[in-house]
Design a protein around this ligand. Structure first.
Ligand code: ZN
Ligand code: ZN
Ligand code: ZN
Length: 167
């Protein structure tokens, strides 16, 4: 009887040890594979919200470097690039290349949708402070010759902004 009991208890221990091993493996798997992915997703969502807030809250267009400066250590260069790319694709922001070739990002109005941007407004780039501004209510009427289909406007006017003129 006691031998049997001993046998059962050791079998139970054996099963328990097996369970513990399996649980440990699952925990390890979770820690190594699932948790980092989940954390990355949270970080990326957080970064996306923060970057969109920064752009939406800015009166002027912002370059990648401006965004990096404002966001600090929250995310690295690559993440910022990816987030900006996604925000542009989703119709939240648009790109403006300034006179120096630096890409800037500005918020979109609510006409923009995923994969369909609609802005033919003018951008002003100050030669002095390098500021890029969207001038939404000015839409130049451009007539192209026949058989040209316009898909995108990239209208950048350079000069001196009102702020720099007052200096
Ligand atoms: Zn847009
Ligand atoms: Zn200026
Ligand atoms: Zn614009």
């Amino acid at each position: 009887m006691s031998a049997n009991k001993c046998y059962y208890s050791s079998a139970a221990d054996f099963i328990k040890a097996g369970y513990i091993k399996i649980i440990r493996k699952f925990v390890l798997l979770y820690k190594q594979l699932i948790l980092p992915k989940y954390m990355k997703q949270i970080r990326n969502t957080h970064a996306k919200t923060e970057i969109l807030n920064i752009i939406n809250g800015s009166e002027v267009a912002l370059s990648h470097a401006d965004i990096q400066r404002k966001i600090g250590d929250l995310c690295n260069r690559v993440t910022i690039y990816r987030v900006l790319e996604r925000l542009e694709k989703e119709g939240n922001i648009h790109k403006i290349t300034n006179v120096d070739g630096v890409v800037n990002f500005a918020k979109c109005n609510n006409i923009c949708h995923t994969d369909h941007h609609s802005h033919d407004h003018v951008h002003f780039n100050c030669e002095n402070c390098k500021t890029v501004l969207c001038i939404e209510n000015i839409t130049p009427a451009i007539q192209l010759p026949k058989n040209f289909t316009v898909r995108n406007y990239n209208l950048v006017i350079s000069g001196i902004c009102p702020r720099c003129q007052n200096l």
